[in-house]
Design a protein around this ligand. Structure first.
Ligand code: SIN
Length: 270
């Protein structure tokens, strides 16, 4: 168990998720706090904060402690802050972002390191987000299945996801191996998510469909998960390289609203 001096870290499960306290994200952080947050992030995959009334500048400053900010390849940022996207749902919404297991923008050639989601408005009940450890999902496979999926790659296609926008454009499509090694922890992980993956490459269609169904079912195992119940001014910061998430839309017609900063995968320090 790691000892922390400048922050408090309370794990939520043995596998994934920790709540961080004793820190104020509206203010610049000390080097020790940043270093310990990097450690907690690597250890717990998704870290949560409560009562952090961040404005756009402090939200972006927090993101920059972990890498360069990333411009969303499919959604436009808010005025004056193109690196920040707004997430909003209410009684007029006919869809919400991320209500299916996914890893953000796995359609991109170098998908983002992570995302920092700040929500200021929550429904009276519901609107939780589920997170799953893809280390745990990989570790739970048999040795034969590990070897099999390790030999394969998958196509991640954003076009079906963003078709609802009705924009006359093509979104990103990329091919990634089904098993990756995390650049910081050096642990192997299953790089699969049912929202972006459109097919498993290099195998007949029926086999691709069968592997897809197997991996979807496998990743849905509650043993790999944690669940976060939001409050106004909570923040979730997830490692998009080794965790996937699912935003539950069970609160219609109520409002759930906030902002997300996405971080590029270009700094590999622990
Ligand atoms: C997302 O960024 O995928 C949405 C997560 C959420 O709304 O909880």
């Amino acid at each position: 168990m790691t000892t922390y001096e400048s922050i408090k870290v309370k794990p939520m499960t043995p596998t994934i998720g920790a709540v961080i306290t004793g820190i104020d994200l509206t203010q610049p952080l000390s080097n020790q706090q940043v270093e310990e947050l990097h450690t907690a992030f690597a250890e717990h995959l998704v870290i949560f904060f409560r009562d952090q009334k961040v404005d756009h500048e402090s939200h972006k400053r927090f993101g920059r402690y972990f890498g360069d900010l990333y411009f969303h390849s499919a959604s436009t940022g808010i005025p004056d802050h193109p690196e920040i996207i707004r997430l909003h749902a209410d009684g007029n919404s006919d869809h919400v972002a991320g209500d299916m297991w996914h890893s953000d923008l796995s359609c991109d050639p170098n998908p983002p390191l992570g995302s920092v989601l700040y929500l200021h408005t929550l429904p009276p009940l519901g609107g939780d987000t589920l997170f799953a450890s893809m280390y745990a999902a990989y570790d739970a496979l048999s040795d034969s299945m590990k070897a099999y999926v390790e030999s394969l790659a998958a196509t991640h296609d954003a076009n079906p996801i963003y078709a609802y926008k009705g924009e006359n454009r093509r979104y990103n499509v990329s091919i990634h191996p089904l098993v990756k090694t995390h650049p910081v922890t050096k642990k192997k992980l299953l790089y699969f998510n049912e929202q972006y993956v459109s097919k498993i490459n290099g195998v007949p269609e029926r086999e691709s469909n069968a592997i897809f169904r197997f991996l979807s079912d496998h990743c849905a195992d509650a043993m790999f998960h944690t669940r976060f119940t939001w409050e106004p001014h909570s923040i979730a910061f997830w490692d998009n390289r080794c965790a996937q998430h699912y935003a539950i839309w069970d609160y219609y017609p109520h409002e759930r609203s906030g902002f997300r900063v996405t971080i590029a995968n270009n700094l590999h320090t622990a």
